[in-house]
Write a protein that binds this ligand. Structure first.
Ligand SMILES: C[S@@+](CC[C@H](N)C(=O)[O-])C[C@H]1O[C@@H](n2cnc3c(N)ncnc32)[C@H](O)[C@@H]1O
Length: 340
């Protein structure tokens, strides 16, 4: 066998390394973008899921227990776009009726995931499957503290403090993994999610944690859950699950509602070698039982939307949120709305 990847070798690799089939066809496509068996194998070796199997099921020498805030294994190193990478074929504009249809698919998929395996749908590591969550739920919720610590570090690198952002908005709160941590750091927090099942859990969790400065909004297609201005807009591992036209519309809405001088800090994949998005093909292939999808919005489009809304770019940071076997380029953008 030569080193080239095929869909069949990807499926075989999944079964060999993590004992299961890929969760979806897009994940097979992501894995194919590694290009060679050697690179795919390295990605598996680095993935939290494979490491978890080595420790718990094969009973290899245990590594020392990490402190609670590091209980979720760090993601692999960010992927890099080769300098000679070709353009991607991505349709990212559409009409209102198509927007409604696309968002309805996102809503139905995530509502079902929230009912079936809520924690795993947020962080797809084996220890967060329903049958193992009792032992691992504390680590799951503690992990949100890292997201907030990183957000505060981003603010401070730019000479800013959380107190300068009294109205913070978390887009795609999931089951509240990050929310209570945000609520302890910012004065008023508004969160939204497209999935009622996730949001119900987030509400309970936040209430249990004893914070009372969080407002919850369900995200629907006209406003995407965003109705009033905010000083800081934050979103991680959310936009990537939406088709490109929806990502673009969410960003437009968020930038429009960002107060003068306000900051947007968000993550989105911007390049994946095997990725393509054609609206007609996508709609024709929609599956009511769809699993987690991954999508891309090219970096020049993010910059274009920012420019149009009067936002300047403060930082673009490489990140690895696009998944353990997804050789996708993903970035965290830090944008500031012009003070007026
Ligand atoms: C992987 S989870 C991440 C949750 C949270 N950001 C975290 O880091 O714990 C993705 C969440 O985004 C939500 N989501 C996906 N698309 C959305 C959209 N268009 N509007 C609002 N929420 C969305 C899903 O319902 C899900 O709860």
């Amino acid at each position: 066998m030569d080193g080239n990847l095929t869909p069949e070798t990807v499926r075989l690799a999944y079964r060999l390394f993590v004992g299961r089939d890929p969760e979806s066809e897009p994940m097979v496509q992501h894995a194919l973008s590694y290009g060679t068996i050697e690179r795919l194998r390295t990605a598996f070796f680095r993935s939290p899921e494979f490491r978890g199997i080595c420790q718990s099921e094969l009973r290899l020498a245990p590594t020392p227990a990490p402190p609670p805030q590091q209980a979720v294994a760090p993601p692999p190193l960010p992927a890099q776009v080769p300098l000679d990478a070709p353009p991607l074929d991505i349709e990212w504009r559409t009409d209102a009726a198509t927007t409604t249809a696309l968002l309805a698919h996102v809503r139905d998929t995530w509502t079902r995931l929230g009912n079936e395996q809520p924690h795993w749908s947020v962080l797809s590591a084996e220890q967060f499957r329903p049958d193992r969550i009792d032992a691992n739920e504390a680590a799951f919720f503690a992990s949100g503290g890292n997201d907030v610590a990183q957000l505060v570090a981003i603010l401070r690198r730019n000479g800013l403090e959380p107190a300068a952002f009294p109205r913070m908005f978390e887009f795609g709160c999931g089951i509240g993994r990050v929310t209570a941590h945000l609520a302890r750091t910012f004065r008023d927090v508004t969160v939204c999610d497209v999935s009622a099942s996730h949001m119900a859990m987030a509400r309970d969790k936040v209430y249990e944690s004893g914070v009372h400065n969080v407002a919850f909004k369900l995200a629907a297609s006209d406003e995407f859950g965003m109705a009033a201005p905010f000083d800081l807009w934050f979103s991680r591992i959310v936009l990537q699950h939406n088709p490109p036209p929806i990502i673009a519309m969410i960003l437009r809405r968020a930038f429009a509602l960002l107060a003068p001088g306000g900051l947007a800090v968000f993550q989105v994949p911007t390049y994946a070698a095997s990725y393509r998005f054609r609206i007609a093909d996508y709609l024709a292939g929609l599956d009511a039982e769809a699993r987690i999808e991954m999508h891309v919005l090219p970096q020049p489009v993010v910059f274009q939307l920012a420019r149009q809304a009067g936002c300047e770019i403060l930082e673009v940071l490489a990140d690895a949120s696009a998944g353990p076997v997804a050789q996708w380029n993903s970035s965290i953008f830090v944008l500031r709305k012009n003070p007026g």
